[in-house]
Design a protein around this ligand. Sequence first.
Ligand code: SF4
Length: 378
Amino acid sequence: MSVADPWKPFREVMQAPWDHVAAWKKKSGRKVMGHLLPDVPEEILHGAGLFPVAIEGGGVQASHAQALIPSYTCSHALGAMEMRLRGDLNVLDGMVIPYVCDTTRNLFHIWNLQFPNMANELLRMPKRLDYPGVRTYLAAEFSRLFESMAKLSGKSANTQDLGESIRLYNRSRARLREAYDLHRTNPSVWTAAKAQLLIGSSLRAPREDHLKWMDALPWDEKGAAASVDRIPVYVRGKVWDPPQILDLFDQLGFVIVRDETVTGWRSIAQDAPANGDPIAALVERHMAAIPYTGYHESPDRMVAGFVLRVRSSGAGGVVFLNPKFCEAAAFDTPDFQKGLEQAQIPSLILETSTRGVSMGQVRVRLEAFREMIGNDLP
Ligand code: SF4
C-alpha cells in the first residue's frame, strides 16, 4: 500500500475491504474470522491465531437477502446476509454472531443452515447487565469462544498470547481516541468522516499494520477554523447508516463530541486491563462499555447514565440515529428522550436505513436542529 498520502491505506481498506482481507490472508496464512458487530472481543480471535474482521451491514443495498430473512429487518443484519450471499464474504473461514437481540439470534440460525461449511459461532451475550452472576457467565462464554477459535486455527488456547493481543488492541484504541479528540478540538482538519475512517478501517485491517499507518499520520496538522463555530452534538445510534451521514454532520457545521455507535466512540472508549487474567480483563471491558441498545438494566439507571454522559460531553443536543426496524432502539428512545427533556437538552430522532431514506430530508431536519440548538448555545 502507498504511504505517499498517509490517509490512503485507510481509504483503500474501506473502498475494497475484501480484496485486502484476501491478500492478508494469503500473506499471513491465518484463517479469517468475521464477527458481526457489536461486542465480540476481537482480542479473543486474534489471540487464538485468527485474523478478525468486523462485519457491518449498514450501507449495503439488499437484493438477495430478502429471500431468506424478512425485509422488515434492520439494515445491519440484512446487509450482512446480503454480503455473504453475493460472495463478498467468501474469504471468511467462519463467523461469530453475537446474540444481542432477537434479530441477531435468528440471523445466526439462518446463517448456520445456509452456510454449513463455515465455522459459525453464536456468542450468547448476557442481556441483563445487573445480575450477580453476569461476570462468571460471561467469563465462561468468552473462554468457550477462545477454545473453539484456537481449535479452528490449530493451536492451543494460550492466555499469554491473549494478553499480548489485549495489549495490542489497547495501543490501537489509545491512538484512535487521540484522533477522536482531535476531531473535537480541530474539526476542520480532523473531520468526523476522517475520525470514523480510522475507526472503521481498524475493524477491517490487521491491527499491527493499522497502528503503523496511524503512526505515519500528520498528528500535529492544524486547521484554519477553530471548533468554536461548530455546534457540539452527541449521537446515539448503532452504525453510521447511511454512511454519508458523517459528511452531512461535517458539512452542516456540527462537531460530534461523543457518540455511542458500535463503530464509533463506544468501540474505543474502554481498554481491557493489561495485566492479570486476560479473560477477566475482557469481561471487565465489556461491563464498563456503554450498554448496547439490546441490553437491559434498571430503566432509571440507564436514563441517568445516558444523561450524565451527554452532559459531560458538553454537547448542545442529541441526535438519535435509530435503525429502522430496530425494536430495541424504538423501545429505549422514549425513556432517553424524556430524561433529556427533564435535563433541558434538545434532541432529534432520525430513523435511518440504507433502504428508502431520503438524504435530502435528513439534511433538512439536521439543518433545522442545528438552528434550534445553535441559537440556544452561549
Ligand atoms: S439491536 Fe437493532 S440494530 Fe442491533 S442488530 Fe438488533 S435489530 Fe439490528
